[in-house]
Design a protein around this ligand. Sequence first.
Ligand code: SIN
Length: 267
Amino acid sequence: MEVTPISPVLGGIVRGVDLSVPLDEATSSELRDAWHRHGVLFFRNQKMTDDQQLDAASVFGAPEEFRFSPPVRDDLPLVHVIHEDGARRGAGVAIWHSDATWMARPPIGTMLRAMRLPPGGGDTCFSHAGAAHDDLSAPLRTLVDCLTAVHEGGPHLARSAAMVGVEVPERPISHPVVRTHPATGRKCLFVNRLFTTRINELAEEESRAVLGLLCDQLRAPDFQIRWQWRPGDVVLWDNRCLQHYAVQDYRSARTMHRVTLAGEPVR
Ligand code: SIN
């Protein structure tokens, strides 16, 4: 196996691994280490079934059902379809976020497999929330390290829930504004514009300003990479230390099959 870094900050392209066959323990452990080191791994030219995708994702964590996206098959509830018809901008998730932070235990990771791609566009961008945190000035880091913020599903979750006909959970959840990655010990910003609504310990105006500043921090190109999908691509990202942004510049169908990995309390 060979892992080529995409940037000094995040992203690794893995060569020499066929995800469609069961991986031995040594390879699995090497892949998990690479995932922790790079935050997001990219595999090209993978030919696999949905069941094999589920097995491959299981190497990195415990797949869990995500009730707000339809399953690929009734008998395979842990693999979901993510589909955009490209008809209108704003229908997808062209907002920096990590997945489902409105959950008490947001998924630690997400594996996406390209099924149908537009002829151009539909890239996914990734930003490293640890690098974004480290780049803050020391006094600001001291401030944000002891704050907590509220996360709610909002309109995005309401839209997904309506599509599959399930109820939206109503209780907002609070998480630390900065979380520590359990495998690397790295401190990472954990607020986003899609789901984070306010910082608990600050006055409303202050909350708005600090939240805006932190979310903007993740938009710096210095902490980012951009992935141009090709047929056969499989991408696995770590929601604990990265945020992502699905670029909505296409006007035809884009379909991915997704597995999410069960979360842990945010600390
Ligand atoms: C997501 O934002 O969870 C999906 C990313 C993508 O479709 O590229």
